[in-house]
Ligand binder design. Sequence first.
Ligand SMILES: Nc1nc2c(ncn2[C@@H]2O[C@H](COP(=O)(O)OP(=O)(O)O)[C@@H](O)[C@H]2O)c(=O)[nH]1
Ligand SMILES: [Mg+2]
Length: 401
Amino acid sequence: MAVTIRKKTFTLSAMNKGGRAALARSKSIDHQIDEDRERMQKEVQLLILGSAGAGKSTFIKQLRLHYGDRFPEQTRSQFTQYVLYNVTCALHIIMDQMELMGIKYDNQQNQQKAAELREKHPRISLDTILRRYKEEEDRCQKICPSMSRADVRHRLTLLDVYVPHVADVTLLQQLWTDCGVQCCYARRLKFPRKTLTPTYEYFLENVDRILTTDYVPAIQDILHIRWPTLGMQEHVFTMDHLLFKVIDVAGQKSLRKKWIHFFEGVTAVLFFVALSGYDEAVEEEPSMNMMQDSLQAFHEVSHNHFLEKTDFILFLNKKDIFVNHIQVTGLTKCFPHYKGPPHSAEDSLRFIKDQFIQHKPGHKQMYTHLTCAVDVPHMRDVLTSVMDKIVDINVKRSQLH
Ligand SMILES: Nc1nc2c(ncn2[C@@H]2O[C@H](COP(=O)(O)OP(=O)(O)O)[C@@H](O)[C@H]2O)c(=O)[nH]1
Ligand SMILES: [Mg+2]
């Protein structure tokens, strides 16, 4: 030990000024590397990708429920407007079907109320929301056309500003309690398939509890809200002294080109697929099958060179809806070359999983989970296993640096 110190002292004193500066620089770089490694060990960055409606934001709500603030009651009222927006959308569907089925309002005044709801709170299509988002984006671009990647990230966070304008509870209540509306809802199995999505059905099933003046959203209501993420949202959680930064992005086809802004420094990508999409069309592009579209998006990101060394966790989500759909429509609707038993959920799921495995680069590590993101106890188990895996990935990554 003494020898080493003497040697060092000798070396330093013998060094010229330039040499000492170089040594100091090298020490500072070493120090920086140590600091970066330490930060990497303590900080995990997760990027959640997948098509619109696959369950990305719902998964983040589950993270918040299990590792975050757990949605304390005093904060839940901020979700009320989204719940009422979903109820309004569901009522629009019933009102449309009443017209198609020739069902009249029991109370004549409610015909008027329905027109009032339509006028004041028209159904907002995804196209309209995307158009408004684009207008906002163009406006920002004009203000500052030359933005760095960090600025773009920041701006995308701020862009998720558009919130629904909500119909009043009394108007919704009057319409919902009309016998004509009730009669139409009772015949919902006769609606064209997929008109009333499981999300809207959930809200209508719970509407008597929701349409009250002292309503506070329950956890299940929060998990069932359908509201598209437009900008990027970053959520932060801590678990076992680790800081988790989780990035939620928009999944719409036209907004996916922005995903690349978030690829830098990612510990793992969590890729979400809606299993129910095997017999559904993409909202923005009705000629495209949703699962085929997911496979394509998955192929592109898993082959992206920025993510070459990034592990993927694949979530085959909405298994509850899938298990119901597969009894009616076989998997060949999406994969004509599938030769297994047409209505077997187990065989179909295995086949779908294989398709994703075949689409990833051979060397890439991928872990798969079959999930139902609105099921709290089930997601508790899934999250425990996912978090363990992420911690492993993080240790492995920080050892490589
Ligand atoms: N039944 C069911 N609904 C789900 C599941 N996962 C998400 N949802 C619902 O699907 C809709 C879209 O989910 P969201 O997380 O917003 O999708 P994102 O666009 O990927 O962020 C919401 O209404 C969710 O409540 C699931 O596993 N089962
Ligand atoms: Mg979302």
